[in-house]
Design a protein around this ligand. Sequence first.
Ligand SMILES: [Zn+2]
Length: 401
Amino acid sequence: LYDEHGFDPREVQSVEDLHRIPITSRQALQESADHDVVAAGTDPKRLIVRSTSGSTGRPLKIRRTWLEQNLLHLYRLRALESFGLSRRDRVLFIANHRPPHPSDSKLLGRTLTALKLYRERLDVRASEEPAAIARELMRFRPQVLSGTPNLLLLLSQALTPRQREAFRPRIILSGGEVLTAVQRARLEAEFGAPVRNVYSSFEFAVLAWECPATGAMHTNDDAMILEVLVDGRPAESGEAGEVVGTSLHAFAAPFIRYRQGDVATRGVTPCACGQAFATIAQVQGRQLDLLTLPDGRVLHADRVLALLVAGNAWLRHYQITQERIDRILIQVVPTSELSTETLALVHGKLRALVGEGVELEIRVVPNIPLEPNGKFRAVQSLLSAGSGAEPPGPATTVPVG
Ligand SMILES: [Zn+2]
């Protein structure tokens, strides 16, 4: 890659030179042989290997030494501490837990737990029925509940009125998917506890976590260099661009200016709370959550969502699928009886946004299934799904409007 771009790593003398380094894509790493993505002198067989869920195409293998793997764990602990989690808290994690890799003894976590320096946790599989998770919840009685926003919402709906009355968590941890303002408000209302958001990925673990004082997201500046780029230049505060990350603790298999595939809005630096971290104001999510319209406009899904959810208390669950360049399907699960007038009103607003050249269907359904990996995509474009194609390049990553 560097040869192709005529780039010599010796040119890099300080962080100021970072922008000279060509950006690496997920696809480039996927297509490379094992020995090509690890550092010289590193035996790939001795590394801990984890695989991404591949929700956007082919999975990516991530390789770390034991120390690198466990260091990331400590960054996560720091974020949790800042949310006010105490070491005595019981935490219920709803996620797709994988068995540990043979090279990973989990020694650090086990030691911390044995010394009572780490909290009690229960892992529940995301693929379990929400009612079964609700029963686990009532048995374990966690103070902290962690999961993707959509799984947490499904769980809240599965609670019986009596369970709901009896279960009062202190903190709700949201991660793994974009958390929308509507989801946050609903989760806080359902569980009666504040929601704290973590922006994480397989590649970098914690990229940013919510500042409890300002609501901005602190970027994990001593673990990685997080860039937000617009046409290759750094985004200004308030400007949205693509997230590119450089890990400061990945020596066995480096991530250097790696395109994460998300769009985020740059916040103020440093954070107004007084801590030294830079911030991002908002994570808009996967670049694939962009809808490309026949007239050439690229519409960020947030704008469609904003129209769909604004003032619509009847909306329990939804999914937006761009099936073709000229066809968008919006599936909605209503909480109550939905009048045709309401539907027509929503349809009219959405029509005004996407224009006349697009077939727009709003379909009322009883439920929307999760993907096989337990995740839920509120917005998906089938235009590029499964092709393993690159997310759209910088020229198309900036949301319209
Ligand atoms: Zn802050």
